[in-house]
Each structure stands twice: as structure tokens, then as C-alpha cells.
Design a protein around this ligand. Structure first.
Ligand code: KG4
Ligand code: ZN
Length: 350
């Protein structure tokens, strides 16, 4: 591609990370991350065992200006040198999204720069282009705290849904299992850590929706698995063994559903052979290794961003801004509204 590189400030405030980053590049990537500041509010929420929305939005408000200044300083980029300002406009906790999007609007208006209202899920979905320069099309497994989906990605605004969870998101399941086992918040990394020294065959846990070959959708279900863990945990159990058994069940479910989606993807995109895993759960090394093995068997190439770009960050939001503003496209209207819900398979906000 010959398009001019763009320098974009990204802002992310949709959950419990206050983040700002400056990214430079052009499609299809890879891009250059000039700065990537993530302030995790984990400590503020830890006593409650989960994210408290009111605490999150107040914390974003208190710290965001400093985080943005740090991102610009570290990148050695002034606001006037930016080609645009991108901020998460949803989906997420509405108070936090309002803080980030309003700040971005004020900066864009003051500096006369384009604003890009970014779908947070699109940020995760396009990260492998920022990190690896992955070209379209690719099959995407998006696994985060709020989402679990398999999508065919034909372009920056062409998402085809092959399956999604019918109950809990996979990150949410990790967080709930951690709580049941008395492991610290956030649950994903804690369960992965405990699983390292546990026996994955210690407990025989259910794998809902597995091996139903007649399906037209590669849907997921995790609530039965969670219930089984809760029941077992009433007795004396080993947190390590139960974590390992739970993670093994998750790996089987993700692998089976991904295999089914691969055949759907190949029908839509003959010759397509790239499999991207994104979202916070993609930071899990055991899951990544298992999915890489599946890809090898099925003739796919795996692309997983490094862990700190799998979990929430603003570099992915800045990159989505790069994708959006490439080739002189217009930014979003300053009147764009924050959204608590915003499915990926719809049109981008303009
Ligand atoms: O993408 P993300 O940072 O935020 C959302 O957009 O939801 O994902 C957060 C989720 C949490 O549920 C967290 O427990 C999970 O990702 N997570 C992990 C790991 N690291 C984060 N789950 C399993 N293993 C991990 N290493
Ligand atoms: Zn996320």
C-alpha cells in the first residue's frame, strides 16, 4: 500500500483501564506504537471482586488528562502533529465511555483535527493488523470479558458472524470461576496461573454444545461449565486442579467451535487461511498454544497479538483510527453519541 502514514492519538475508557496511545502507520500495517499508556484501576475495584461502574467513571475522569499528556510526551508528538483523535465510543460502561469520548471531542474541536468514534470490538478485531500487518480476509476468534464470537473479517467494516456465546462470555467465565475458587481479581490471569500446577484431568467437566456437526452456527455456551465448577467447589477441592480442568474444558470448546467456523470461513473466503485470536482471553498462553496446534492441523496460520495488546489498551483504538482515516476518509461527526451496546456486525457510526 502506498497511502501516507497517519499519526493518531487513541483513547480507551470503556471498562477499568484508562488508556491513551499514539500510533503511526498505514494499512494494512504493521504500525508503529510510539507510546502506549495503560493505567489499570484493578486496585480500586479489587475489594468488590469486579468492576464498579461509578468508581470506574470517576477514576477515568480524574486521571485521563494526565494519561493523554503522558502518551503525547512519550511519543514526542504534539497535538498539532496528529492526523486525528480516536476514542472508544462503545460498547462498554457508559459513564467511562462518555468521559473518553467527550475528552476526544474537546481535543478534536480545539485542535481542528478529525474525531474517530471507534467500536471497542473493532479495536480488538483489527489489532493483528497493527502488530502483524495481517491482510484481509481472516477468521477472528474474539474472546474478552464481555464477548465471545467467531467472525469472518473481509474488511475493516465487513464482519460476518459465524457464532457467539448463548450465555456467558469466556472472560466472564474465567472471572466467575476465580471468584468461586477464592482466587484474586481479575480472574483470567489468576486461573491461568493456578492451572499451571494443576491436573487438567482431575475433574470431568461438561463441554456444552460440542461436536454438534449439523450446526449452521458455531455458537458457544459456558454457563453449564460454570455451574459444574460451582457445584464441585462446595466440597473440598484443589483450586489448581479445578482451574486446570476448567481451562482444559474451555480449550476444547474454543477449539471445536473454531474448527467449525473454519469450514464456514472457507466457504465465504476460498483460500483464506489466517486465524486471528484477539481480546483479553487471547493473552492466555495455554489457549494460544492449543489454538496454534488446531491451526496447524487445519492448514491455518495463527496470529495472536502480544498479551499487553490483547487486553484493553488504546493502541488498538488509535490503530482503528488509522484504518478509518486512511485514504482521506472523513472522521465522525462531533455529535456522535456514546453507546453501551454496539454489535460489531453493524455499520460503523458516521
Ligand atoms: O479485552 P479485555 O481486556 O476487556 C474487555 O473488553 O472485556 O478482556 C478482559 C477479560 C477478563 O475477563 C479477564 O479475566 C480475561 O480477559 N483475561 C484472561 C487472561 N487475561 C485476561 N482470561 C484468561 N487468561 C488470561 N491470561
Ligand atoms: Zn476489550
Amino acid at each position: 500500500m502506498t497511502s501516507k502514514p497517519l499519526t493518531i492519538l487513541g483513547i480507551e475508557t470503556s471498562c477499568d483501564e484508562t488508556a491513551a496511545a499514539v500510533v503511526r502507520g498505514h494499512t494494512p500495517g504493521p504500525g508503529e506504537i510510539l507510546s502506549n499508556i495503560v493505567f489499570s484501576q484493578t486496585e480500586a475495584h479489587a475489594p468488590y471482586g469486579g468492576v464498579v461502574p461509578e468508581i470506574a467513571s470517576r477514576a477515568h475522569l480524574e486521571i485521563l488528562d494526565d494519561i493523554i499528556q503522558r502518551a503525547l510526551d512519550e511519543a514526542h508528538v504534539g497535538i498539532d502533529e496528529l492526523d486525528g483523535i480516536a476514542a472508544t465510543a462503545g460498547p462498554g460502561l457508559i459513564g467511562g465511555v462518555m468521559v473518553g469520548l467527550t475528552t476526544a471531542k474537546a481535543l478534536a474541536l480545539g485542535a481542528g483535527k478529525p474525531l474517530v468514534a471507534v467500536n471497542h470490538l473493532m479495536g480488538h478485531a483489527l489489532t493483528a493488523r497493527l502488530t502483524h500487518g495481517v491482510v484481509f480476509p481472516y477468521l477472528l476468534l474474539l474472546v474478552s470479558g464481555g464477548h465471545c464470537q467467531l467472525l469472518g473479517v473481509g474488511g475493516a467494516d465487513d464482519f460476518r458472524l459465524y457464532g457467539s456465546t448463548i450465555d456467558d462470555a469466556v472472560g466472564e467465565a474465567f472471572d466467575k470461576i476465580a471468584k468461586i475458587l477464592g482466587l484474586p481479581y481479575p480472574g483470567g490471569p489468576a486461573v491461568e496461573h493456578a492451572a499451571k500446577t494443576g491436573n487438567p484431568r482431575a475433574y470431568d467437566l461438561p463441554r456444552p454444545l460440542l461436536n454438534r456437526r449439523d450446526e449452521t452456527r458455531a455458537d458457544f455456551s459456558f454457563s453449564g461449565l460454570k455451574t459444574a465448577v460451582r457445584q464441585l467447589a462446595r466440597e473440598e477441592v484443589s483450586a489448581e486442579d479445578l482451574s486446570a480442568s476448567f481451562q482444559a474444558a474451555v480449550i476444547d470448546i474454543l477449539s471445536d467451535r473454531s474448527r467449525l467456523a473454519m469450514s464456514m470461513f472457507r466457504r465465504d473466503f476460498p483460500g483464506g487461511n489466517i486465524f486471528v485470536v484477539a481480546g483479553g482471553v487471547a493473552a492466555n498462553q495455554a489457549i494460544g498454544t492449543a489454538l496454534a496446534r488446531l491451526c496447524k492441523d487445519e492448514g491455518f496460520i495463527t496470529r495472536i497479538p502480544p498479551p499487553r495488546l490483547c487486553t484493553d489498551n488504546a493502541a488498538m483504538i488509535a490503530w482503528a483510527g488509522v484504518e478509518r482515516l486512511t485514504d482521506g476518509a472523513r472522521g465522525s461527526a462531533l455529535s456522535v453519541s456514546p453507546r453501551a451496546r454496539w454489535p460489531l456486525a453493524t455499520e460503523p457510526v458516521s
